[in-house]
Design a binder for this molecule. Structure first.
Ligand code: AMP
Ligand code: GLY
Length: 425
């Protein structure tokens, strides 16, 4: 079976890397891919949102499975379009992708179907929203409805900060139409875990849990990023009864069925482990997490292509998913200045040497082929250095050993990836 992966980041490199190990895979393509992916798959220059062109390519090459990485094509309806053309695709319908695409849709969905989540009110009027935050007091969370490049959630420590967020979102329209509606939400306190599950709309299979590090600086300081590293498993979940996590997915799946929403793909739950109320759902993403994928996939002891095909075909019930006992850790190497402005085109050195360490894989995120066969930086998050090891401590040691062999101008990374987990153990 030929397989196409859509996307070009570290998550997609991990997907291609794992799918390449499948006994089902005869040839891999990636649109548009990156230089790391190009070592494993044929990269085709089609944009992830050019849906008709992707479908034409799939039809022409007789590709048997398409796996979607990013949310944009899912929110634009790629799964519905492929289904209409009878092309097999792993990813939810446009209606299902609203669980990520619209925070108002998803919040209403959680409340309607009894999914444990924070108290919230929805507003289309800035004055009414301001009155609400004054009544509730701080800390309080303000969320723009639509996709806002990860910047649409403001955890306000003061009422003034919350009012500023409301003005920015609704009156200044800093996120455009994504701010036509907003949510004022109770601020939940606890540790966050990323729990992904595959679902074919009939049943679900929960994947090994992960945690990511969102802030740029050590000890969770500085601005938010797309994710500076991740690890799996997550000691923070050790004491949480598994049925409390299952309950979140059970209610979600039942809700999808009740509402007649076709969902065949990944449900990625951002869960706050609260002291008083147990696990509470913060949000869903309709895709694999980045960089969580880079640590969850290396731990899979099953054929990912088989699982994705079963998910797309509504046959996930036939699959059992097994996991490797080793832990995985991913350290993201980012460009100097990220998440603010940063330079591109810096030459990356000693990549291959690092990847030859046992258990280590270097996933490309923001890279490009430069002159004379060099690989150069081409994004904020450049590489995801991932290691499998004996426990979290073993994986951390290996990952940083590999990091020490990689260099580019301005390279920055966190020194404390998985530190939270090590302290706990
Ligand atoms: P989201 O885009 O919904 O994932 O939110 C981004 C981040 O904001 C989450 O990962 C949390 O760290 C934080 N967050 C979202 N909702 C809440 C909440 N109700 N209470 C506290 N923090 C939150
Ligand atoms: N790691 C956060 C995300 O994928 O959205």
């Amino acid at each position: 079976m030929k397989i196409l992966v859509i996307g070009s980041g570290g998550r997609e490199h991990a997907l291609v890397w794992k799918l390449a190990q499948s006994k089902l895979a005869t040839k891999l393509y990636c649109a548009p891919g990156n230089p790391g992916i190009a070592q494993l798959a044929e990269c085709v220059p089609i944009a992830p949102t050019d849906i008709p062109k992707l479908a034409d390519f799939v039809q022409l090459q007789c590709i048997g499975l398409t796996v979607v990485g990013p949310e944009a094509p899912l929110c634009a309806g790629i799964a519905d379009y492929f289904k209409a053309r009878r092309l097999r695709i792993f990813g939810p319908s446009q209606a299902g992708a609203q669980l990520e695409g619209s925070k108002v849709f998803s919040k209403k969905f959680f409340l309607k179907h009894g999914v444990p989540t924070g108290r919230a009110e929805i507003f289309t009027d800035a004055n009414a929203a301001r009155a609400c935050v004054r009544k509730w007091g701080a800390p309080v969370v303000v969320k723009a409805d639509g996709l806002a490049a990860g910047k649409g959630v403001i955890v306000a420590q003061t009422v003034a900060e919350a009012e500023q967020a409301i003005a920015d979102i609704m009156e200044k329209k800093v996120f455009g139409a994504a701010g036509d509606q907003l949510i004022v939400e109770e601020c939940l306190v606890g540790e966050e875990a990323s729990v992904m599950a595959l679902t074919d709309g009939k049943c679900f299979r929960i994947l090994a849990a992960a945690q990511d590090h969102k802030r740029i600086g050590d000890n969770d300081t500085g601005p938010n990023t797309g994710g500076m590293g991740a690890y799996s498993p997550t000691p923070a979940l050790d004491k949480v009864p598994p049925e409390q996590i299952r309950n979140i997915f059970e209610r979600t799946l039942a809700g999808l069925q009740t509402d007649g929403i076709d969902y065949r793909g990944v449900l990625y739950a951002g869960i706050m482990l609260t002291k008083d109320h147990g696990p509470m759902l913060l949000e869903y993403n309709c895709r694999f997490g980045d960089p969580e994928t880079q640590v969850v996939l290396p731990r899979m002891d099953f054929d990912l292509a088989e699982a994705c095909r079963a998910t797309a075909d509504g046959k996930l019930g036939e699959m059992t998913l097994a996991w490797k006992p080793e832990a995985a850790v991913c350290v993201v190497l980012a460009s100097g200045g990220y998440p603010g402005d940063y330079a591109k085109g810096k030459v990356i050195s000693v990549l291959d040497d690092a990847a030859k360490l046992p258990g280590v894989t270097v996933f490309h995120a923001g890279t490009k082929a430069g002159a004379d066969g060099a690989i150069v930086t081409d994004g904020g998050r450049v590489l995801g250095v991932t290691a499998l090891g004996d426990g979290i401590a073993g994986a951390v040691a290996r990952a940083y050993e590999a990091v020490a062999r990689i260099h580019f101008d301005g390279m920055q990374y966190r020194r404390d990836i998985a530190g939270r987990a090590l302290r706990k153990r």
